[in-house]
Ligand binder design. Sequence first.
Ligand SMILES: [Mg+2]
Length: 165
Amino acid sequence: MSLFAPDRYVARVELIDLDDLWGSGKRAILLDRDNTLVPRDRHDAPESVAAWLDAARKRGFSLYMVSNNWHKDQVERSARELGLKAICFACKPLPFALDRALKHLGVARDEAVMVGDQLYTDVWAGNFAGIDSILVKPQTTVDLWYTHIFRIFERRALKNVPCEE
Ligand SMILES: [Mg+2]
């Protein structure tokens, strides 16, 4: 797969099959916050997302939120509510925050997967860090102004990439 494309494209985080992921050797899931777990127009994650995270923990996965959001209080609140470790202001697509999360968890690159809703931050960060990436569709159409610009290019790049619904 290209350095700039996701390994998988799935409509929602809750549709990622945890048994499949475990079977493919993954033991850690690094997760974006905004529009992946927590919709941009809300302060908390939907029940279905919280339930999926619980199921992942029960299955044995280590979870880590890696967010570009610079509002430490928002990121820490979500992390607390969802029972996740977290890094804010991660500067994705730079890979360093992902490296830190892996080191903290004591997990090898090939045992981890990065899940997020943005091609140019989450997926590229995963790919640059040598970690498999799963792109999900954003939970809402509410985004930061500059994200709307990236979305234009993202839509073009994803035009022929099938999405698992
Ligand atoms: Mg996001």
